[in-house]
Design a protein around this ligand. Structure first.
Ligand SMILES: [Fe+2]
Length: 161
């Protein structure tokens, strides 16, 4: 089931992706598409029985609707994926920078957030940490991975009602 918090997370992931896409010079149209991708990336929570399946469930829901980036949704959050595109890398970076409540907190706090909710020995925590490492969202200090802190490089604004 999709809860309000998950919607808040998705909106901020979308905003992060739109801003970063513009900063990368992907153009207005593509940047809007990246907002939509971020907004939709966790849609699979609505119909999964095991939350670990939400990317595949969501990806297949969107494939059935003819959505262009269904594979990015299908493969998001996975360390060992055979599929890799710039859009998927951006989605994973955004997802690893926004906490469960929809706050842009940076990778270090996002990992702590996942660790506190699922446990620091959980598959969720270890998977997210490995993904951050693979994406280069931090530094190696000897054998220890130190994730990036918050940088205001991509500030996420809100529409005023
Ligand atoms: Fe997700």
């Amino acid at each position: 089931m999709m809860y309000q918090k998950k919607v808040n997370h998705s909106v901020t992931v979308g905003r992060y992706m739109e801003k970063k896409a513009l900063a990368l010079g992907w153009g207005e149209e593509k940047a809007r598409e990246m907002f939509v991708l971020g907004y939709l990336h966790d849609i699979g929570y609505e119909h999964c029985t095991n939350t670990k399946d939400h990317p595949t469930v969501g990806g297949l829901m969107l494939k059935a609707s003819g959505y262009k980036y269904w594979q990015e949704v299908f493969w998001h959050g996975q360390v060992q994926g055979v599929y890799s595109t710039p859009e998927l890398l951006l989605l994973n970076e955004a997802d690893l920078s926004v906490d469960a409540n929809g706050n842009l907190v940076g990778v270090a706090m996002r990992l702590s957030d996942i660790g506190m909710r699922y446990g620091f020995g959980s598959d969720e925590y270890n998977g997210a940490k490995e993904l951050a490492k693979k994406l280069g969202l931090g530094k190696m200090m000897g054998n220890t991975f130190v994730p990036d802190g918050y940088t205001p490089e991509v500030s996420v604004g809100e529409c005023v009602e």
